[in-house]
Design a protein around this ligand. Structure first.
Ligand SMILES: N=c1c2ncn([C@@H]3O[C@H](COP(=O)(O)OP(=O)(O)OP(=O)(O)O)[C@@H](O)[C@H]3O)c2ncn1[C@@H]1O[C@H](COP(=O)(O)O)[C@@H](O)[C@H]1O
Length: 117
């Protein structure tokens, strides 16, 4: 496994462990106990910060963007743990989509919707 995947899966294990044991003094526990509303608020906030940082130029801008993407990924992973969805589940979904272009998929979806209405 690549170093990046190892770190992501270790982080997911930590988050799942927090979600299960709910230790005091853990930020993840606080988020999990706040449910979809609290986690969702942070996901939206962090997503907006990612978009803002994407417009910043230079090496500093790139570092800030990377930092904000880290925040967003962490909060999305907390929501996944809260919802009982694993990295394997999401990877399987992405694997299912492999080789199907976004525009092709959209055209197929639109056609199916038209047929059912
Ligand atoms: N990767 C992260 C991580 N990334 C970001 N954050 C936290 O996410 C928050 C980001 O929110 P903001 O930048 O808006 O900061 P804030 O204003 O203090 O946040 P709020 O009080 O508004 O929620 C900060 O508190 C960060 O510390 C993280 N908190 C935890 N982790 C990982 O989760 C593990 C478990 O953490 P605990 O559950 O806290 O023990 C840690 O060891 C880390 O590996």
């Amino acid at each position: 496994m690549s170093e990046a995947l190892t770190i992501l899966s270790r982080l997911m294990e930590t988050i799942q462990d927090r979600a299960q044991k709910r230790p005091e003094g853990s930020y993840t526990t606080k988020l999990i106990e706040g449910g979809a509303a609290r986690i969702g608020k942070k996901v939206i906030e962090e997503a907006a910060e990612v978009v803002e940082a994407a417009a910043e130029s230079g090496e500093e801008g790139k570092q800030h963007f990377t930092y904000e993407v880290g925040d967003l990924l962490y909060h999305v992973m907390v929501m996944m743990a809260w919802r009982g969805v694993t990295l394997d589940d999401v990877a399987a979904e992405l694997g299912r989509r492999e080789g199907i272009g976004g525009l092709v998929e959209k055209a197929q979806r639109t056609q199916t919707n038209d047929e059912t209405t």
